[in-house]
Design a binder for this molecule. Structure first.
Ligand code: AFP
Length: 349
């Protein structure tokens, strides 16, 4: 073996695999059955399969639309359908989950009654967020949120009502970003850790330990095409962000908007920034979905030291009423979210 390849192997040895990391965490709990660890493994396997297909998307017949319109009234892309299929399959096969809620299904998906599964977990997900970007090679992602049903409830009797818990009850949340590299980032409520997929060995390796978001940043992510539909308070905040201030290195802010929430969120969490999708005329409730977009990202950003609100209230304290409910969203570096609130309330102009 040459010196350089020895060095490469030595570097790899320094990284912990996602599976090792999960098992170590599991060992910290005396009575852990391993069910949750297996659930995370199932999610990571589905992510690898979706990643594999995505990397070859232009070569396979998986660009374009299926011809189906999903429950959101959005045209379903072939990759949406494929990602949804892979995640549902992995969760069904794994047997740790008793109910799935997906952006791609109007109703919650119960796990096959004939299966041996006695899993107590509910997984809510957006299998492929930002799918309008897929055909043009822009980063997209998967978002997931995990809840637990009460121990006394037989898993086969779990219904959508059991899934409609506020975000504060999430036991874990995370996302996979299929970007210049593929990363899986998750939290179980004790910090945020990120794992980068090493395609040569097919493993997610711990690359971003205990992620913290800066208190302030320079990035503002919003669809400013909707500017004229925003409240005056929000317009004032955007105008303020654009002002030059020689004492403030974060102004004028940089506008960065991919239109893939996962990618915008990931960059902002790492670099510091704010992502906003307020209510507009076209989307009076906001656009993003509470249960499988806003709540999981709110859990992550809070664990990273940031904030997530609907402009008034903490996202994770909203009482959900339906699986596909939408919410306005202001999420990111804490000082930026607080300042946005001050403008929204008219305390700043
Ligand atoms: P798609 O999955 O339909 O592309 O929606 C993506 C999304 O939910 C979120 O990822 C984006 O940030 C947001 O919508 C973009 O919405 P606009 O196109 O209205 O800016």
């Amino acid at each position: 073996m040459s010196d350089s390849s020895i060095a490469e192997h030595a570097d790899l040895g320094d990284f912990k695999t996602l599976e090792q990391f999960i098992l170590e965490k599991q060992d910290q709990f005396d009575h852990s059955s391993g069910s949750f660890s297996r659930l995370l493994r199932d999610i990571s396997v589905a992510a690898k399969i979706v990643n594999r297909d995505m990397r070859r998307a232009g070569l396979l017949d998986i660009f374009g639309q299926t011809g189906v319109t999903n429950v959101q009234g959005e045209v379903q892309k072939k990759m949406d359908a494929l990602a949804n299929k892979e995640f549902v399959l992995a969760l069904r096969r794994g047997g740790e989950c008793c109910l799935i809620g997906s952006e791609e299904h109007a109703e919650a998906i119960p796990i096959d009654a004939s299966s041996e599964s006695d899993g107590h977990y509910i997984v809510l997900m957006d299998p492929l967020d930002g799918s309008s970007n897929i055909d043009v090679n822009v980063s997209v992602g998967t978002i997931f949120s995990i809840y637990r049903i009460p121990d006394e409830l037989p898993p086969k009797e779990a219904t959508l009502d059991d899934a409609l818990q506020p975000g504060t009850d999430q036991v874990a949340a995370g996302y996979v970003v299929y970007g210049s590299s593929t990363m899986l980032v998750y939290t179980t409520g004790d910090g945020v850790n990120g794992f980068t997929l090493d395609p040569s060995i097919g493993e997610f390796l711990l690359s971003h330990r205990n992620v913290k978001t800066p208190d302030r940043g320079r990035i503002c992510s919003i669809n400013s095409g909707n500017y004229h539909a925003f409240d005056q308070g929000l317009r004032n905040y955007l105008n303020w962000l654009q002002e030059y201030d020689e004492d403030d290195p974060n102004r004028p802010a940089k506008t960065r908007y991919i239109g893939s929430f996962v990618s915008d969120f990931h960059r902002n969490m790492m670099m510091g920034g704010i992502y906003m999708y307020p209510a507009t005329q076209g989307n009076p409730e906001g656009k993003l979905r509470l249960m499988y977009e806003a709540n999981p990202m709110a859990f992550l950003i809070e664990q990273a030291g940031g904030m997530a609100t609907n402009g008034e209230k903490r996202i994770m304290e909203i009482e959900p009423t339906s699986l596909h409910q939408r919410t306005p969203l202001f999420i990111g570096s804490p000082d930026m979210v607080k300042r946005a609130h001050a403008f929204l309330r008219g305390e700043r102009s």
